[in-house]
Design a protein around this ligand. Structure first.
Ligand SMILES: [Fe+2]
Ligand SMILES: [Fe+2]
Length: 490
């Protein structure tokens, strides 16, 4: 009969430190009882300090153990040969503990400055663990066998991609080092952990709800990444048009539609900045003129955008084959306006992002709701096009962020996803499906076939029909000089 070494009391099912103990007990082939949450006896609860879980009560009458590494040492001491084999050198344990400490600091920092500092430390800690991995001469930190140090870090590596604050800035090593990534997968997929590992959707939800900092403030930059992609495409479509065979309006019209969609999205984005974001930034800095250059740049953009669209229309009105001059001017103008707008995006990121990052989470959420309502009201048909130009990681971040502002079961959420569904490639949509499984309408779980991909013409016509405008316009910040109050809701 297997001897039970003691009882592990866990105050929650997601505790990574409990998971360490459970992995170790499986690896060491020793039995422990586990008791969760409300089943914990009052007598035990009374002696455990706040945040002191899990605790372990050995069945040999020994002292209660209150630290996962002490508990694991106890299990190792009671498991003979397998324990000796499992045990790691102090050096390896110190490296993984330092890594875990940095992960916790980054996610719990609350303040961007502290977060930045620990992100740098996190990179160093990851490099140190990787150094040990390389020196270990085998697939694990313990060399040829899964060791105590692998066990310590497995639950944290599993959750790393779901921690909002880290996922938005994935450490380089995950991108650069194949060997490191392979080790991460090996450790996380270890059967002793997989038996107890929390489901991904549970972690996603948990970390989304508990994110202290990081999510909503990325939205500005997310949109910018879409604009940059659209500009690159537009510029490729019109460059050298005057040298190509010019038989009909087809590709020119497509470029015009893309340009129109881009400008309406840019105008919406600028409207959001003028009316909601900039007043908040002015208030935060206490400088009523802090964003005044941004507003001026927006005003300048209006003129540029309208004349570029007029130029497109002029070219479309001319006879194919006899408009090489206009096409050359068009290509030159597209480049010029593009450079101007990209410079504006750079300016905003350099000037406003640091202030934006210091605002508290509630303010971000409030802005996010404002942005989202504008999108739904005014530009339902461009979201899909815009997201199709963003890197998929940004699309996922955008949806994550929006889930903070909108109910996953609502008509709005469905409409948004329907638009994105029409424009993402099957491969990208699959990533959305995997990540948002629990908040996706069943009808959208289907991966779109490449052929039914939405067209710019359809989106442009639908947009014109839904929200007709004669000229691109960006409303001024009516509240700009006031105290940074948000515009009234409804
Ligand atoms: Fe912007
Ligand atoms: Fe802007």
């Amino acid at each position: 009969m297997v001897m039970i070494l003691g009882t592990l009391y866990n105050n929650g099912y997601l505790c990574p430190f409990s998971h360490r103990v459970l992995i170790a007990s499986r690896e060491l082939n020793v039995s422990i009882d586990t008791v969760y949450c409300a089943d914990i006896p009052a007598a035990v609860r009374a002696v455990v300090p706040d945040g002191g879980w899990p605790v372990f009560v050995p069945s040999d009458g020994g002292e209660m153990l209150m630290d996962s590494s002490d508990i694991i040492d106890h299990l190792i001491d009671h498991s003979g040969d397998s324990g000796r084999n499992f045990r790691s050198e102090q050096e390896a344990l110190a490296a993984v503990e330092a890594l875990v400490a940095c992960i916790r600091k980054v996610t719990m920092a609350g303040k961007p400055t502290i977060q930045r500092e620990y992100r740098q430390k996190l990179d160093l800690a990851l490099a140190r663990v990787d150094e040990i991995r390389r020196g270990a001469d085998g697939p694990f930190l313990g060399g040829d066998h899964f060791s105590q140090a692998d066990c310590y870090v497995a639950p944290f590596l599993h959750r790393l991609p779901f921690m909002v604050e880290i996922r938005d800035h994935i450490p380089e090593i995950f991108i650069q080092e194949d060997g490191f990534r392979a080790w991460v997968d090996r450790v996380v997929n270890r059967p002793s952990f997989q038996e107890i590992a929390p489901k991904r959707y549970v972690l996603r939800q948990f970390y989304a709800e508990n994110a202290k900092y990081g999510k909503p403030m990325k939205v500005g930059r997310l949109h910018h990444s879409g604009f940059r992609g659209m500009w690159a495409d537009l510029s490729a479509r019109v460059s050298g048009l005057e040298h190509r065979v010019d038989r009909d309006n087809h590709s020119l019209q497509e470029a015009r539609d893309l340009c129109y969609l881009l400008f309406r999205t840019v105008a919406l984005h600028a409207k959001f900045e003028n009316l909601i974001l900039f007043p908040a930034l002015d208030a935060a800095t206490g400088d009523s003129l802090f964003t005044v250059d941004g507003i001026e740049q927006h005003e300048h953009e209006v003129g540029e955008m309208n004349s570029l669209l007029e130029l497109f229309d002029r070219a479309l009105g001319q006879k194919p084959g006899s408009r090489a001059d206009t096409l050359l001017v068009l290509a030159t103008e597209v480049e010029r306006v593009k450079e101007g707008q990209l410079a504006h995006l750079d300016y905003e990121e350099a000037t406003f992002m640091p202030v934006l990052a210091e605002l508290d989470v509630e303010q971000h959420l409030e802005m996010l709701r404002g942005a989202y309502e504008m999108c739904i009201l005014e530009r339902p048909h461009v979201i899909g096009v815009l997201t199709s130009y963003m890197p998929i990681e940004n699309v996922l971040s955008l949806l994550d962020s929006l889930l903070q502002a909108v109910e996953p079961a609502s008509e709005q959420w469905r409409q948004l996803l329907t638009e994105i569904h029409a424009y993402l490639t099957p491969e990208k949509w699959l990533r959305v499906v995997r990540r948002f499984e629990e908040s996706l309408p069943t009808s959208l779980m289907v991966v779109p076939s490449g052929s039914r991909h939405g067209s710019f013409a359809t989106a442009a016509r639908a947009l014109e029909a839904a929200v007709p405008v004669d000229r691109i316009e960006i409303p001024k910040a009516a509240l700009h000089t006031k105290t940074g109050a948000f515009p009234p809701k409804d």
